[in-house]
Design a protein around this ligand. Structure first.
Ligand code: LLP
Length: 403
């Protein structure tokens, strides 16, 4: 990814910033789109992973739909070129304002997560003289074998409707005259790496659930398996494009469709994680009592995943590439500047001997990076820089001028 002189590329730019490799994003989308056509699966990009305008426009340009979890995400997706009829809206707590915005935009479907929500959407659609298309999110009680904060398909999680409410759900849908039922929706978790096993299990369970509803007389035209495909955080250059085929194969094999039934998936992380890196500079090297700290100018406010989930991101010293002493590795605790002890990028990381001013890349940061940033400590937001528009990047000189 950084094979061509990163220093020349980034030398003058103010840090930290998010760097997006648009060639890799394009390659990832090529693979995804061609496999989706091979397996006849509809893909909605999970907008929550990255909402940068350029990224959304690129994804929309490939014909994918959008999976949104807030009214603002719906509006942003529409603004960036996703058609309303390919935009779905999920989430356990949609406000009236958000429902109204999506309803009047004419979105493909609300993915509803409670009986109460279905009643409210039915009422609002009636009041507006509109019909709402509704898919129902089911909690299949499946363990995705991933971090507990990104597990969503167990009964202990707040997502989806659980089996004890299925009879009441069928009854309710029969009484909601402003709603068209479009299908069932699932999403069991994120960063799933046991792809065949976990998605195979999900497919089998979904099959049982869909059959149950069809036996009750509901036509389940659309079956949405959600997102969740994991990426290789340890070796992003070895596996830059995730294993979309393993995922689709597991679903296709495990869920035989009846004629006319459509399968959907909602990948987020697997589309954008690997094309993004958080580029930072070494501010100081500090000798602690027992360890050496490499203090970067990017912190947990820029990318919260390590602090929040203990997530691993590969760290590379870009300035050391090609240096004489590149081979001499040293152990560092790489940390950020934020006043929290959890502001740590990685402990005991073996890196080339590093010095003030070195450029450092925190890899696989394209998903759930920029979107989860905050201004904690009143720090500035790290801007986005795109590989095909480096001239627009914030230059160090401008940065110094402002201050
Ligand atoms: N569909 C639904 C309904 C979702 O809730 C999600 C993610 C996705 C699709 C996309 O899942 P993906 O393909 O990206 O795994 N902030 C966490 C991840 C939270 C995921 C939330 N839902 C992280 O940084 O790991």
């Amino acid at each position: 990814m950084f094979d061509q002189t990163p220093i020349e590329k980034f030398g003058q730019m103010a840090t930290p910033f998010y760097y997006y490799d648009m060639e890799l994003l394009g390659r990832t989308l090529d693979t995804l789109v061609s496999l989706a056509s091979k397996y006849d699966i509809d893909v909605h990009y999970a907008v929550k992973a990255n909402v940068e305008r350029r990224i959304l426009e690129t994804v929309a340009g490939r014909g994918l739909g959008a999976d949104c979890v807030s009214g603002n995400e719906v509006l942003m997706a529409l603004r960036c070129g996703f058609p309303a009829e390919k935009t779905v809206f999920a989430g356990v707590g949609k406000s009236d304002k958000e429902i109204y915005a999506a309803l009047t935009a004419g979105i493909e479907a609300f993915n509803c997560e409670s009986l109460h929500e279905i009643c409210v959407i039915n009422e609002m659609a009636g009041a507006c003289g509109l019909r709402a298309r509704v898919a129902v999110r089911i909690n299949p009680n499946i363990d995705a074998h991933t971090h507990k904060y990104v597990t969503t398909g167990l009964f202990e999680n707040k997502f989806g409707i659980a089996s004890h409410e299925f009879d009441a759900l069928v009854d309710l849908l029969g009484r909601c005259h402003n709603i068209d039922f479009t299908g069932l929706h699932f999403h069991i978790g994120s960063q799933i790496v046991e792809v065949s096993d976990v998605f195979g299990l999900e497919a089998a369970r979904v099959r049982e659930i869909v059959t149950w509803f069809e036996d009750k007389g509901l036509k389940v035209d659309n079956v949405d398996f959600g997102g969740g495909l994991g990426v290789d955080y340890e070796a992003p250059d070895v596996n830059p494009v995730p294993s979309f085929e393993d995922w689709m194969q597991a679903l296709d094999k495990g869920f035989p469709r009846r004629p006319g039934q459509r399968l959907h998936i909602e990948p987020g992380r697997s589309v954008v994680a690997q094309c993004g890196s958080l580029i930072s500079r070494v501010l100081f090297v500090k000798s602690g009592e027992t360890k050496t700290f490499l203090i970067l100018d990017a912190g947990m406010n820029d990318l919260i995943r390590p602090a929040l989930y203990g997530a691993y991101h590969k760290i590379e010293n870009l300035s050391a590439i090609g240096r004489d002493d590149e081979e001499g590795l040293q152990s560092y605790d790489v940390v950020g500047p934020v006043c929290e002890s959890s502001d740590v990028w990685g402990q005991g990381r073996l890196l080339p001997v590093s010095e003030r001013g070195d450029l450092v890349a925190i890899r696989s940061a394209g998903a759930y990076g920029q979107v989860m940033a905050s201004r904690y400590n009143l720090r500035d937001f790290a801007p986005a820089v795109f590989s095909d528009a480096l001239d627009e990047a914030p230059r160090l000189i401008d940065y110094l001028k402002i201050r």
